[in-house]
Write a protein that binds this ligand. Sequence first.
Ligand code: ZN
Length: 216
Amino acid sequence: MDLAKPLPAYLVKRYHGWKATTYTENQFWYRRLATEGQRPRAMVISCCDSRVHVTSIFGADQGEFFIHRNIANLVPPYAPDGDHHGTSAAIEYAVTALKVAHLIVLGHSQCGGVQGCIDMCKGHAPHLEAKESFVGRWMDILKPKYELVADIEDSVEQARQFERQAVVASLENLMTFPFVSSAVESGALSLHGLWTDIGEGGLQCYDPNEKKFVAV
Ligand SMILES: [Zn+2]
């Protein structure tokens, strides 16, 4: 069996279309990005969900956002234990090497990862409870927040609120990284929590004083 196959035809066609139009029209810009390096002002941590497009909702071009995506836009607690930590590595690089000014955690509606965590907390997802489930063990990060939404009877509203709690958990965990908390305390870095409603195109921002999300 081959380790890898040629690119599917529809992607080859789309690539050549991009190269002939968008790239060609902005060739100078791309060459400058290549020679001058990246200087993004913001890092964004968003979900892998294909419906979440942070570059679209902010009209951002190449070079503007340092983006990390994972299941349910979660940041794990600081744990320098020698294991493989993709999310923590991305945060370390953005904050200590690129020195981004803003770190945005972007949550979203209809998040499958967050729903999986709810199912786990309700005892409805034994496959996620299994030690071998990478998704389940990853979603353990959010479990301590479940008690905040456990009493919400409407399951849709419960999921929307838990999605917002995933953003808050990530912000709190970000502050456990010494290089993040010191950059925040010095004023070099600010953290931002957002939640987007996919169907409505809505965007809400976390207000830590009111402890709630307000429309942008
Ligand atoms: Zn998601």
